[in-house]
Design a protein around this ligand. Structure first.
Ligand SMILES: C[S@@+](CC[C@H](N)C(=O)[O-])C[C@H]1O[C@@H](n2cnc3c(N)ncnc32)[C@H](O)[C@@H]1O
Length: 464
């Protein structure tokens, strides 16, 4: 269910809502220098209603549900609309809802953490030299030029402007190319240098704040992060779709799929563990030296340091470029997204699901951990298939892309044989403090050929 002002009005009128700080002054988003925080003291049923509305159907008991929502808050003699981050408390039956209005400071933080790198040509060039990426988008647009003929296109996050230029080359009547960062200025130059300034209008804005004079027939965007969802830019694309895409319009890409598979990469797993051991050795020397030289006992910090380092080297995911044979279990599809119809809660992570990956090697192997990757498809919508469908895959099978794969190693590798099945549960949720980043909860064990399950191991990985 989408949030709209009528729903919210109905609910807010029914609820006994007490604001612990001044209502009027704190509901003016984007204009304040300090981030206002609202505590709404709600009854348990009130909480449930509100969280259903705001979380838009997401399971409110999920451990880290936090994402942006456009919330219209209505009260006596007051109406204000804002983007807000809604953070669920641990026990939704009894705890308060906290609404953080997005302030200038929040936007500045998001810019510092996320957008700023996109303002550099250096970063854009990394993407422009990823030929698998470039070829897929180029083919998707140019081989389907008939679909672009005389159409209005919205390029969400145009960056240097390439997708907008290609859309114009393919025959679009008008292209709105939206870019939040100063890269928009470079995009304007690129558009002019490629002779399509009469078609492409570069607008420097966040797509969330965009106003357009017309609806569009096609939305094109390259929004994918590591393991598809990192960066959460898909949120912006979906908001744009809901506001601007004509019924029957096309999303480019139109579908996305996430894969999870057991891998063998002992060299990297052991090298990480070796680094962890070296760091601890270094700590022990440091501790002795500090005691001998400065008469300081550092023992009390050892456990914390060890946990910090273990987290960094062992339970944090990482970027890797795997070779084809590193995948030793059948890849399991953990998520499929139809860009034309998906809702925001659907794309806020991957709800817990069970997976089974039969070993696919011909001889015994050692499983070092898991890898995650994705593919996207340009194949049309439910009403019309594209004349020339295109797939962009980041699987180890296809070779280098700048996305590579995300790897998550085990503490202890597991020896497996053909006929064994690596099985477990998988869940991916947004980090509480930064919705552009994710945590992965994975459990795994091996079902042997004789049907007996080995011990279950549970790990929480951070995907930085
Ligand atoms: C992965 S880059 C793709 C750039 C370009 N379309 C290409 O394919 O080379 C994503 C771009 O989208 C921009 N962007 C991300 N979120 C945005 C938003 N909400 N509004 C406007 N631009 C956004 C980023 O600044 C970045 O330049």
């Amino acid at each position: 269910m989408k949030i709209n002002s009528c729903n919210f009005l109905n609910i807010s009128v029914k609820l006994l809502v007490t604001f612990s700080i001044s209502f009027t002054s704190s509901l003016i988003p984007f204009k304040r220098s300090s981030p206002p925080k609202q505590i709404l003291n709600l009854s348990p049923s009130g909480f449930r209603k509100l969280s259903t509305l705001i979380m838009d159907g997401v399971n409110s008991k999920d451990s880290e549900p936090s994402y942006d929502a456009k919330v219209k808050v209505l009260g006596e003699n007051l109406e204000s609309t804002s983007f807000a981050s809604v953070v669920n408390a641990d026990d939704p039956e009894i705890r308060d809802v906290e609404i953080y209005m997005k302030s200038d400071k929040d936007k500045a933080t998001d810019f510092a953490n996320y957008f700023c790198s996109y303002a550099f040509l250096y970063h854009q060039k990394q993407m422009l030299t990823d030929h698998k990426r470039m070829e897929a988008y180029y083919s998707a647009v140019m081989d389907n030029a008939d679909v672009f003929q005389d159409k209005v296109v919205l390029d969400v996050g145009t960056g240097s402007g390439v997708l907008a230029v290609w859309s114009a080359h393919a025959g679009a009547r008008k292209v709105y190319a939206i870019e939040y960062t100063d890269m928009a200025k470079h995009a304007r130059r690129l558009v002019k240098a490629n002779g399509v300034e009469h078609v492409v209008e570069v607008i420097q804005s966040s797509v969330e704040e965009l106003e357009l004079p017309e609806k569009v027939d096609i939305i094109i965007s390259e929004w994918m992060g590591y393991f598809l969802l990192r960066e959460s830019m898909l949120d912006s694309v979906i908001k744009a779709r809901d506001r601007f895409l004509n019924p029957g319009g096309f999303m480019f890409p139109s579908h996305a799929t996430m894969y999870w598979a057991p891998i063998q990469n002992e060299r990297e797993r052991l090298s990480r563990q070796q680094e962890y051991c070296s760091t601890m050795q270094d700590w022990f020397s440091f501790k002795d030296e500090t005691r001998d030289k400065y008469n300081l006992n550092m023992e009390c910090l050892e456990l914390q340091f060890e946990q910090e380092q273990r987290h960094y080297y062992v339970t944090t995911g990482g970027w890797t470029e795997l070779w084809r044979d590193a995948v030793v279990g059948e890849p399991f599809v953990v998520k499929q997204i139809d860009l034309t119809t998906c809702t925001q809660p659907e794309i806020a992570g991957v709800q817990e699901l069970a997976f089974e990956c039969p070993i696919i090697t011909q001889s015994p192997t050692r499983v070092s951990g898991f890898a995650g990757w994705f593919s996207t498809d340009f194949r049309g919508n439910g009403e019309r298939t594209l004349p020339c469908p295109v797939t962009l895959s980041t699987s180890p099978e296809v070779g280098y892309t700048h996305w590579g794969q995300q790897v998550f190693y085990f503490d202890n590798a597991i020896d497996c044989s053909p006929g064994d099945v690596v099985k477990g549960n998988f869940k991916m949720v947004r980090q509480r403090d930064n919705i552009r980043l994710y945590n992965i909860y994975s459990s795994h064990c091996v079902r042997r050929m004789n049907g007996v399950d080995g011990p279950l191991v549970q790990t929480k990985y951070e995907m930085p």
